[in-house]
Ligand binder design. Sequence first.
Ligand SMILES: Nc1ncnc2c1ncn2[C@@H]1O[C@H](COP(=O)(O)OP(=O)(O)OP(=O)(O)O)[C@@H](O)[C@H]1O
Ligand SMILES: [Mg+2]
Length: 238
Amino acid sequence: MRIYAAYSHKGGTGKTTSLVLLANAIAARGHSALLLDSDPQQNFRMWRNYGRQMEVWDENLTVEYRDYETTPVMELEDFLVNANDSGKYDYALLNLPGIPHRFNQHALRYAELTLLPFRPTPAELAEMGPALNAIEKLKDDGEVGAARVLFTMIKAESKIPEVWRDYMSEARRRFPCMETIIRDSTIFSDILMRGTLHLNIKKNNGLGKYEVSKALEICDALLTECEAIVAQHEEENS
Ligand SMILES: Nc1ncnc2c1ncn2[C@@H]1O[C@H](COP(=O)(O)OP(=O)(O)OP(=O)(O)O)[C@@H](O)[C@H]1O
Ligand SMILES: [Mg+2]
C-alpha cells in the first residue's frame, strides 16, 4: 500500500483538492484507496456523500475518519499497518489539516510522498518556509519519504503576475517542485461536488464532458508523476 500525504502549515492551499485529484486517477485506473480524513471538515466524506447522491461514487474508494486532536499517534500507526496488512488497498491518502500539529508531522513519517501544495501568494510564501523546514527536519532524521512542492491555483501562463513568477522561482530554488501544476479553474474548485470523474464521464450526466475529461487527464498526470518520484526516491535510497 502506497501512502501519499498533502501537507502545509496553512489552510486553503489545495491539500484536499490535490488528494481528491489523485483519488480520481487511482479510481479511474481501477485501483483502490483508503482515504483518511483527519481534519474535522471531513472533506473526503463530503465528497463521497455527494458522489453517492449523484450515483457517481467509485466503491474502490473507502473513506475513514481519525481526528487529529483525539487520535493517539500509536493508533494512527496501527490503523495504517492494519490497512496495509488487509491487502485491500493499493493506496492510502492522508488528508491532514492545514496547521502545524504533531499529529501531522507524525503522519508524514509514513508517507512515501508528501505533496506541499503552494499557491504563490505572499501570505502562502510566509507559511511555506516553516512547512519546508518541518519536512527538512524529518528528512535529516531519515524519517520521511519524498516531498515536492505542488503549485496550485495557477492562472493561465499569460496571466501569471510577475511577482508570482518570482515566488515560484524562489520555491523552485529552495525545494524540489513538481512539474505538474494545478490550474486555477472552477472544475478544480468544485471537484468535490462531482463524485468520481470517470463515472461522471461514463454516465454522461451533463457535467461538461470535455471539461471533466480534461480534469481527469490532469489527475492522471499528477498520479503518474507521483509514481515516478517515489520510484526515483526508492532507487536513490536502496
Ligand atoms: N486549482 C484550483 N482552482 C480553483 N480553486 C481551487 C483549486 N484548488 C482548490 N481550490 C479551492 O480552494 C479552496 C481550498 O482548497 P482545499 O480545500 O483543497 O485546500 P486545503 O489545503 O485542503 O484547505 P484546509 O487546510 O482548509 O483543509 C477550496 O474551496 C477549493 O475548492
Ligand atoms: Mg483540506
